[in-house]
Design a protein. Structure first.
Length: 208
């Protein structure tokens, strides 16, 4: 069954990526326990091999459900929610995964579900903001802002966005004020959590 699903997935790739993917053959698959952000969704890890055992390719096959925005913005124009995720990533990411694709699979319960497929990387990295100086933090924030602005410009009406923002600093100040208020709210919520812990109303596990 997994072989058939991977064949369906290859059909969603562009010609260049499909040629690459067809050089690998299916070997094995395992169910994956997903992280906190994906609780309730299904995920699989598939092992494929190329020329030999020293040429592996790991793919993650992850369930894609309806967008949480659907009740407010209407149904997606894509019938397959895996495709919706893939198209969104291709639009927003400057350099995405060339092997991004999608498929539909029927579970043991007879229900069909949509999935998107991507490479499974063996490592992740993130910036250590705790150790940054003020100057480094400002540079990092600028890069994050630039990346976010680029994604918006690629997926929205860039001229309308530019006109809305204008040439002044009103929007900049509004974002700064919101960020400060959000940080204060996080701190207040944390203090409530600590009080609930001391009062025995909640069991809190720290240092995880």
């Amino acid at each position: 069954m997994m072989k058939q699903l991977l064949e369906e997935y290859r059909g969603t790739l562009d010609d260049q990526a499909r040629v690459l993917a067809e050089r690998y053959h299916f070997v094995d698959a395992a169910h994956e326990v997903v992280g906190v952000g994906s609780v309730g969704t299904r995920a699989w890890i598939s092992l494929l091999l190329g020329r030999d055992r020293g040429d592996p390719l790991f793919l993650q096959i992850k369930e894609a459900g309806k967008s949480v925005l659907e009740p407010f913005a209407g149904a997606s124009r894509f019938r397959n929610h895996g495709r919706r995720v893939v198209v969104g990533q291709r639009l927003t990411q400057a350099a995405g995964d060339v092997l991004l694709g999608w498929l539909t699979a029927e579970g043991l319960d007879g229900k069909k579900r949509d999935f998107y497929v991507r490479q499974l990387w063996d490592g992740k990295g993130s910036a250590e903001i705790e150790s940054m100086s003020a100057q480094t933090m400002a540079g990092y924030a600028g890069l994050c802002g630039w990346s976010l602005a680029r994604a918006h410009a690629r997926t929205g009406d860039r001229q309308a966005i530019a006109a809305y923002l204008g040439k002044g600093d009103v929007f900049d100040r509004a974002i700064a004020e919101f960020s400060a208020a959000y940080a204060d709210q996080n701190e207040a919520d944390y203090q409530l959590l600590l009080k609930a812990k001391v009062a025995g109303e909640l069991t809190v596990e720290s240092g995880v």
